[in-house]
Design a protein around this ligand. Structure first.
Ligand SMILES: [Ca+2]
Length: 126
């Protein structure tokens, strides 16, 4: 029987929306139907894209927060352990960007990011 990890909170609605929007952007960019997108549709899409880019750029970074709840806490430690085991140490939600790059591994370097930021509430600050 497949065990779903109850320790992982669902992705926030904004994160899901961002992922869905990226898919839509690719579909618009690769649209091969003649006459589409129409100029009004394209303008609306471009306006929405610009507004979303502003919203996404305003998101407060939260290093060590793998479950995206804007807190770095024991849940992140437990989730890091769970996902490291689940992925066999390969890429997972808990593979953090270090020096601006993801290494594709869920390893002790990612655990160090959590430990360095443990107790951080990224909404309210430290
Ligand atoms: Ca967290």
């Amino acid at each position: 029987m497949l065990r779903v990890a109850p320790i992982v909170k669902p992705l926030r609605a904004m994160t899901l929306f961002a992922l869905a929007f990226k898919v839509l952007q690719k579909q618009v960019a690769n649209c091969s139907t003649p006459g589409y997108p129409k100029s009004t549709q394209k303008k609306n899409f471009d306006d929405l894209s610009a507004k979303l880019a502003t919203i996404f750029a305003s998101e407060v970074p939260c290093p060590g927060d793998g479950n995206l709840d804007k807190r770095v806490d024991g849940e992140d430690l437990a989730n890091w352990s769970y996902f490291r085991a689940l992925s066999g140490g390969k890429s997972s939600w808990y593979d953090f960007a270090i020096d601006g790059a993801y290494d594709g591994l869920t390893d002790d370097r990612d655990l160090a990011v959590i430990r360095q930021n443990l107790g951080t509430n990224c909404v309210k600050g430290r």
